[in-house]
Design a protein around this ligand. Structure first.
Ligand code: PHE
Length: 449
């Protein structure tokens, strides 16, 4: 596609908003607390913080450079710079498929909680929130909400990338911050809140830093920032040539970090106050948050407002990985945008159906045996912990070793328009620190596969 015919996002703020819209979502609000809860709380937070700065931001900048330079979808972008590197784009498209295979399901949970807060039994039933969550998972409503979510995403993508995404992000993000702050203040007054703060903020150095904690935190950094899978390449292909990529990457990452930390400050005091376990797993926020609302006046209303915002935050994320595949099908396989969108949505329905329909055992002899696993865990683990870090590693090598230094310097300084003071540090990080760290972590964790 020629440069003329391609849409682009409005202005500087829009670039930040849409990229932050992609980044901020279930990753920070649902997955972050659940991973932190399972992997040592404060220790996890500390490693995650480090990963955002040492891995997340540099990789995001490299992806921005690849995308804006080429103005193509993820596969096309790498291919147009070097035929041999196009598989980094394919790796991203595969990760986008895996994420589609379960993210819509969790987004559907949020929709169910929105509806159930207002019209359903969430706050009137005598059953515990855990029992209600389990009952919901066993009901066909889960599949219905998943499909509704895919359709919502489909409709926004069909209408074109620009307006829908921008508008949603502009309203949703400030509102999300406000409600998280209100909730964080509210939980501070719940009994035993202090125990939650201790868990989330005071690292226990004796047992904290297992290789598994670091591995999970890196995966979480990739997932929550939407990097390592071509999403930021695709979005940057719609950026304007005068956007400042460095400020954009920093703003997006700091906003995401803030949301994740706020989510932790809301969830953990509430977990301990309600006598629940922080290592509850994927259901953590869905059994904990209602406990907070229950004690507030107008419980159902607060709860509905929160879940509307979570739904919108998820929507701006589903749009972004849907767009990775849609742009790929449209541009690389010559489909019309409409058909590319349909194909991506149909694929998402199929993958989610697979996830919802099957649970099974994996038995590869003595050294590898998992019982009762579903594609949910497989898609989540492989995308966040393997495909995205691999994509990130090769993006570093591609942008900082394979390409000439002028490539990164040009994109980061807008070809001489900006001073680019961060450039030397960024290049050094991308050449040495980020790839060595990623390789080290992969090697250390070979035993975990
Ligand atoms: N970053 C998104 C979130 O935190 C998830 C996502 C991953 C979106 C990869 C796009 C690509 O919810």
């Amino acid at each position: 596609m020629g440069e003329q015919s391609r849409a682009s996002f409005g202005g500087k703020i829009s670039a930040i908003l849409v990229a932050a819209g992609s980044a901020i979502g279930l990753g920070s609000i649902w997955r972050f607390p659940y991973m932190a809860g399972e992997h040592g709380g404060a220790a996890f937070l500390l490693v995650y913080l480090l990963c955002v700065f040492v891995v997340g931001i540099p990789v995001m900048l490299a992806e921005f450079a690849v995308g804006r330079k080429t103005r193509l979808n993820a596969v096309g972008a790498y291919r147009s710079l070097s035929k041999r590197w196009k598989w980094v784009g394919y790796n991203g498209a595969l990760a986008a498929m895996f994420i589609s295979g379960y993210y819509y399901i969790v987004a559907g949970w949020s929709l169910e909680y929105l509806v159930s807060s207002l019209f359903g039994p969430l706050y009137t039933s005598a059953d515990s929130f855990t029992a209600q969550f389990d009952a919901f998972q066993a009901s066909p409503r889960q599949a219905v909400y998943t499909v509704i979510f895919i359709l919502l995403t489909h409709m926004i993508i069909v209408r074109g990338v620009v307006k829908g995404i921008e508008k949603a992000a502009k309203v949703m993000m400030p509102a999300l911050f406000v409600i998280l702050i209100v909730m964080a203040v509210r939980v501070a007054f719940m009994p035993d809140a202090a125990e939650g703060y201790r868990f989330f903020l005071k690292p226990d150095f004796r047992e904290a830093f297992s290789a598994q904690t670091i591995f999970t935190a890196i995966g979480q950094a990739f997932f929550s920032l939407s990097v390592g899978m071509g999403c930021m390449v695709t979005y940057a292909s719609y950026f304007k040539r005068d956007n400042n990529l460095t400020t954009t990457a920093f703003s997006v990452s700091l906003l995401t970090l803030l949301v994740a930390i706020l989510a932790g400050l809301v969830i953990f005091p509430a977990v301990f106050s309600a006598g629940l376990e922080p290592s509850e797993g994927a259901s953590l926020i869905f059994v904990t948050l209602p406990e907070i609302f229950k004690g507030m006046p107008f419980a159902a209303l607060w709860s509905a407002v929160f879940f509307i915002l979570l739904t919108l935050a998820s929507l701006t994320s589903t749009i972004s990985f849907h767009e990775v595949l849609t742009a790929y099908f449209a541009e690389e396989h010559d489909l019309s945008r409409k058909n590319a969108t349909r194909l991506t949505s149909a694929l998402s329905v199929a993958l989610c159906a697979l996830t919802l329909a099957f649970r099974f055992d994996i038995n590869l002899g003595e050294w590898f045996h998992i019982e009762n696993i579903s594609f949910f865990e497989i898609f989540d683990y492989t995308s966040a912990n393997i495909l995205m870090p691999l994509g990130g590693l090769f993006t570093c090598i591609f942008a900082a070793w394979y390409m000439k230094p002028e490539f990164l310097r040009g994109e980061l300084t807008n070809y001489g328009q900006l001073r680019g003071r961060a450039f030397p540090l960024l290049r050094f990080t991308l050449r040495y620190i980020t790839p060595l760290l990623l390789i080290y972590i992969f090697v250390c964790n070979l035993g975990l596969f």
